[in-house]
Design a protein. Structure first.
Length: 386
């Protein structure tokens, strides 16, 4: 393989999304990633979606997306033989990334101190719900409980003074994706240090902390504004909200004064825009309930794309609220080559490609996601394991 991480060897262990996504990001950059599965296979194989709706552990869309550009091996880490094989892989690796529960790592051959003792240049990345210290170290978690523990499900509910609206979590396994991307980035930093100093280290990622870290201005609202944040709560600066057009929704962002003035000119400089209530962005925030009535009345007669392009020409950061179908049909994403095709026999599927362009080492699907145990003999032979 070729790529920015060509020559980097990664062993990925675990189940589900977080470790697999960390491994995918590294594999897409050219690292040689060996995905280790149990004999039963990764549960992502059983989540789907499946082409035609027919369950098939080799054709799960989630599994295929997460595991392209990797090799796959089956090891039973509950057995001494499986742990010995894992040890052989780890001894020649640059990075081991896993999402096993802390209580299971030693019994599965993934204790960081033992791995580092055998390979001092190794980087070990552990992704756990709550980290490796503290009272919740051994707590199990789901995507739902993690979003609540990280605070974001509360923000997506009604919040303060609207407790009748329940907490909401984002769709899918997004908490694990956050854990995966943070682990990949932190591991790259540790790998750079290992290359420079010749010594590895243990990277620990708490998914709860990764979610709390993306709460945007939540922590600042209270000490500076006395506000309790929620998706329905008052923002100190405006316009920064959704408006419903005649054919969909658009997100309006005019928080800088020059953006607001350009927007006012764009909509024909109505008389209400000169009212003292809307004199500056703090005033517009304090009186957003009144201002939104005017803006919504204007937006209801517009089309999403007309508003989007008109604002774009004036350098105002509007955005259409896109459905999945809108994204698949987007001319911009097509021109960027964002979606890639996995050529499955009889039913090719489209998946997101890389969100970056590297001129010297371009992203590509270099190998399909491995079938269960497809490369077991090959990778064990390379590692010198029986």
């Amino acid at each position: 393989m070729t790529g920015a991480l060509n020559g980097i060897r990664v062993v990925e262990c675990g189940d589900g999304v977080s470790a697999a996504y960390a491994g995918k990001l590294l594999a897409d950059l050219g690292a040689d990633v060996v995905k280790v599965e149990s004999p039963a296979g990764d549960t992502a194989r059983r989540r789907g979606p499946y082409p035609g709706g027919t369950p098939d552990p080799e054709r799960s869309g989630l599994y295929l997306y997460l595991n392209t550009n990797k090799r796959g091996a089956v090891l039973d880490l509950a057995s001494a033989e499986g742990r010995a094989s894992l040890d052989a892989l780890a001894r020649r690796a640059d990075l081991v990334v896993h999402n096993l529960p802390p209580a299971d790592t030693a019994a599965r051959g993934l204790a960081a101190d033992a791995l580092l003792a055998a390979n001092p240049r190794l980087v070990v990345a552990s992704i756990t719900p709550y980290g490796l210290q503290g009272a919740r170290r051994d707590w199990a978690a789901t995507d739902l409980t993690l979003w609540n523990a990280g605070g974001i499900a509360y923000l997506n509910g009604g919040g303060f003074e609207a407790e009748d609206l329940p907490p909401l979590k984002p769709f899918g396994q997004q908490a694990e994706f956050q854990g995966g991307v943070n682990a990949a980035i932190a591991a790259l930093g540790a790998l750079r240090v290992a290359r420079r100093d010749g010594s590895g280290q243990h990277v620990v990622v708490s998914i709860q902390q990764t979610l709390a870290a993306i709460l945007e201005l939540t922590f600042e609202y209270w000490p500076y504004q006395g506000l309790i944040a929620s998706r329905l709560g008052r923002k100190p600066i405006q316009p920064l909200d959704f408006l419903e057009c005649r054919d969909g929704w658009v997100f309006i962002c005019c928080v800088e004064e020059h953006q607001w003035q350009e927007f006012v000119r764009m909509i024909g400089s109505p008389e209400w825009a000169e009212m003292e209530l809307f004199a500056d962005r703090l005033s517009r925030g304090a009186n957003w309930d009144a201002l939104k009535i005017f803006l919504q009345e204007w937006a209801s007669e517009q089309s999403v794309m007309e508003v989007y392009h008109a604002a774009q020409q004036r350098r105002i950061p509007f955005a259409p609220v896109s459905t999945m179908g809108d994204l698949l049909a987007s001319e911009h994403l097509k021109a960027r080559g964002f979606f890639a095709t996995l050529d499955l026999p009889g039913a090719p599927i489209r998946v997101p490609g890389a969100p970056y362009k590297l001129t010297a080492t371009p992203w590509a699907i270099r190998r399909p996601a491995p079938r269960l145990g497809e490369h077991t003999a090959e990778v064990l032979r390379e590692a010198g394991a029986a």
